[in-house]
Design a protein around this ligand. Structure first.
Ligand code: NDP
Length: 297
């Protein structure tokens, strides 16, 4: 039995961060300042807090300026909008990321809409999602952009390949499908109402799973030789002693017998997200200074 390749997202992300750090040094030499990323965290969600801490550390490690704002869950929408306005107007800030989810009393759509699209390195603003959908230059959400980078590194030209994206969120599924379409794939988006998901997935040369259900995509669903990108991050019980571990949306051990290549969880797509965020921040800084977009990233 042949076993597919495990795609090393961790190593790819480390290389990308190194390239970004080189780009930051070149930018600082030209612009006389560092690129700046502002991250706003509202509330105490532990996963978000870990993620924001790690973003801050990697932003500094890349040689950028990091601005962190930790606000109580009780903050009102108006106050948060005021902070976004301040960051929009702050010349040291090239990029703004408001960590989602926000508390229920704050409209995520209102906050995202308030971010200057030129600083929207998460690519969630309708101006950026609209540009992506119409084939214009845009900030693209970090996770799907990281997935496309891994796919192109593995497969080269994606043109004509059959791609199935499972999940249709604005953060992952929909932009992922747009990016695959832009690479000339034939794209299907599956979701919770899709009938016979197994046979839909079985058509695909490229499967992207972004669902949030532990090991839902079974090995036998995968067409032999397909490449699988597993975006899911699910924490499950590991043994009887209260331990837990992370798994993806794909049953990786089973899938390995079918795939050409697959991203593991952890160590696949996860590390790419922050690396791409730093890349998008560097791009934002160049565009704001009227410098040509850095190449090779
Ligand atoms: P959402 O919950 O926003 O979307 C999940 C999608 O999966 C929905 O479109 C939903 O369909 C679909 N879905 C749910 N159940 C099924 C089912 N039984 N069959 C088919 N489709 C189904 O999640 P996100 O897109 O935000 O995240 C998806 C996963 O990716 C999560 O595990 C998340 O933790 C992870 N993630 C990882 C990141 C990383 O950096 N690696 C970044 C972002 C997310 P419907 O629309 O019909 O409800």
């Amino acid at each position: 039995m042949t076993i597919g390749k495990i795609i090393d997202g961790k190593a790819f992300a480390a290389t990308l961060r190194d390239k970004v750090a080189d780009g930051v040094a070149a930018f600082a030499a030209q612009a006389g300042r560092k690129p700046g990323l502002a991250v706003v965290l509202v509330g105490e969600d532990p996963a978000s807090a870990v993620y924001v801490r790690s973003k801050g550390k990697m932003t500094l490690a890349a040689g950028m300026e990091s601005f962190e704002f930790k606000l109580p869950a009780s903050i009102g929408e108006e106050e948060l909008l005021d902070l976004v306005e301040e960051l929009n107007a702050d010349d040291r800030v090239d990029a703004i990321l408001v960590q989602l989810p926000l508390p229920a009393h704050i409209s995520e759509a209102d906050i995202i809409t308030a971010i200057d699209p030129a600083k929207d390195v998460d690519g969630f603003h309708v101006i950026n999602s609209g540009k992506l959908a119409t084939g214009q230059e845009a900030f693209v959400p970090c996770t799907p952009l990281g997935c496309i980078m891994l796919l192109k590194d593995e497969l080269g030209d994606l043109s004509g390949l059959e791609a199935v994206v499972v999940g249709r969120s604005n953060i992952v599924g929909k932009p992922m499908a747009q990016l695959l379409l832009a690479e000339n794939c034939t794209v299907t988006i599956a979701h919770s109402r899709t009938r016979d998901l197994a046979s839909v997935v079985h058509r695909a040369d490229i499967v992207v799973a972004a669902v949030g259900r532990a090991e839902m995509v079974k090995g036998e669903w995968i067409k032999p030789g397909a490449t699988v990108i597993d975006v899911g991050i699910n924490r499950i019980a590991d043994g009887d002693e209260g331990k837990t571990r992370l798994v993806g949306d794909v049953a990786t051990a089973e899938a390995l017998a079918h795939v050409r290549a697959i991203t593991p969880v952890p160590g696949g797509v996860g590390p790419m997200t922050i690396a791409v965020l730093l890349r998008n921040t560097l791009v934002a800084a160049h565009l704001r200074e009227g410098l040509p977009k850095p190449t090779g990233l």
